[in-house]
Design a protein around this ligand. Sequence first.
Ligand code: MTE
Ligand code: MOS
Length: 768
Amino acid sequence: MSVPHESAHGHVTGEAIYTDDAIARHPGLLHAWPVLAPHAHAMVTSLDATPVLAEPGVVAVLTGADVPGEGDTGANRRDEPMFPTEVMFFNQPVAWVLATTLDAARQGAARMNVTYSALPAILTIEQAIAANSYLAGPLRIASGDMSVLASSALRIDDELDIGGQEHFYLETQSAIAWIDESGGVAVQSSTQHPAETQEVVARVLGLPKHQITVECLRMGGAFGGKEVQANVWAAVAALGAWKTRRPVRVRLTRALDVALTGKRHPYLARYSAGLASDGRLEALRLELFSDGGWSLDLSEPVMWRSLFHCDNAYRIPAIEVTGRVCRTHKTSQTAFRGFGGPQAMLVIEDILSRAARRLSIPAAVIRERNFYRDGDVTHYGQQVDEARRMSVIWTELKKTSGFDVRRAEIDRVNQTTPHRKRGLAITPVKFGISFTATFFNQGGALVLVYRDGSVQVNHGGTEMGQGLVTKVRQIAARLLGVSPDRIRMMATRTDKVPNTSATAASAGTDLNGAAVADACAQIRSRLLPVAASVLECDPTAVRFDHDMVVGGERARTFAAVCEAAYRQRIPLFAQGYYRTPNIHFDQATGRGRPFHYFVFGAAVSEVEVDGFTGACRLLRTDILEDVGDSISEIVDRGQIEGGFVQGVGWLTIEELLWDAQGRVASAGASTYKLPSWSEMPEVFNVSFLERASQPDVVFGSKAVGEPPLMLAISVREAIRDAIAAFGHGEEVRLHSPATPERIFFAVQRVRAEAVRGLKEPEVTEVTD
Ligand code: MTE
Ligand code: MOS
């Protein structure tokens, strides 16, 4: 169905309200600004707020002494003191200033007297490994006989550096808190996980959860960056409101947001891969190190997802994969679309394309040769159901994109253009759907039908632009047989549906849509006998359709049936609930069935690389994605296009840098290049796999939020293909992201190798 995004009009006119737009509703509001530590690692030796309080407009300074409960906002481990005595990353807030204007708060923060005693800082994964500085791990999954590695016909041993990524959601982190009429605290927060934000606020204030209400109107993007990292700002606002009894607002400026919040984890991968001479993968030993930053955050489940996805779409008979989360003195890295999957999948794709070069087998052939077949089992023991979809997608996409013809054409044209080369690549994605922490896989809903037949839908999911609200509304409309505009989607609130999960892991619609469907089905079954008696027909003949209830020869409006039900004292509201069936995983053995199902997709990308500058243009991308039966085609298309382009940014132009002091050097849009129009593929074809209904999910639809991001690996592989064309087609060693600089130096290397006429390239020194 082609229903536009429920807030599309609001988004483009500016009428859609976000958390911070509500400040005008709060007279007496105070603004908060942090006191920032100018060290990556240091002890706080003294803290004196006297000069701050003398600053005009300053109302209060928040320090550890103000915390009535527990001053720690860590979500998965209590390792995030709100008011640290040991500074753990550059610019970490050590206190907060509240003032009547933002300027006054800022001035006040600058006057805080803090003394520090600086300590040595760990700023890279290599330093962390040398210092044995880890937050978690080793996590491990092993299966098969690793001894084959020693006898494989082809052995590739190497390292791959993988850069991180800044979320750069348009709406920066924000929260407003005030004392509500019962003396508890109400919080409006840009959070993917209102229930956890509520938990952290309750913890800090030392109050039971029922005293705290958290509401999320919508987010201007989150991408995982507000899955747990929204909590701390809400806690600061709530603590400020608690202390001053006035509403308090925290909204990070872009510069603060980049400096203080976690990013996609940079990774270091060390691997040994063994392949047969026909390109079949035989064994993979993989050690992954992520840069977790200063606290644990979600780094452990992110690493688990890496371990689960190091196979991507390929059957690898023997795998031994371990993951460690490095502790460094940097922002605490966190969830980001793909959640550790992208980094791991990059490694296996890197290996396969290098193997293709060494074995002189086309990369597309090697990839396809290694696909899982129906009945195959992953290294963690889950059978890959519907594996054939991968092969179907591959064949179909190669055909529709004209892959073979273009391959030949590009190879021909490249002969004639010494300084410009085109590259072409096709890569697959297989992505597991479900939270890897099994208990998160539940959703709740509360659906209210009024006597006039209008409907309010509440559920635990949050809207961040991904179209969850649009889809859930369509689900409710279909089940109740009413038009979508009869249904009002309510903001997400912890007092409507309690104990909810984060909207993440792409499972928002699967979980909350199914919970809403459950509630609507209950209401419908209660309305059935009422309708049957009003329409004087058999209940089995009753249909709910287009705001009408039809049965036999008669019809009544939905509203009339609701009114009749009310008069018969039938409740017109219901709670809905859903838990994902049949999933489990045992971390100790590394075995289980962690995913409800897999999403499959593939992309073909064509690029052109300029040998003089390393600049790269994305000429064309074709995507074929398995979304099951799409609930909302426009939304799904938007997710595929947006996810893909976000992935292209991560792999090509977005380069996260920290300076020698541990400051984020790519500190804003001027030093951190985001994809824009010019990075869109000039030709962009997106289609859905047909006849792909998924059993056991709401309306046969599949998750779509994250998997398309990893289709961007096709662009990186196309770039390597183009680079190889500058030489004699030998393998290309390339760290990530493939920035113009890295591309330029890689071109220099393959050219030098071609001149030397070496068939087997020496391992060249890394240029970065
Ligand atoms: N799309 C938009 N426009 N904005 C976002 O912040 N987040 C992504 C994805 N798509 C995001 C987005 C991430 S990280 C996830 S996990 C899913 O949306 C979450 O929503 P869903 O479960 O409803 O798909
Ligand atoms: Mo998405 S990274 O699971 O919020």
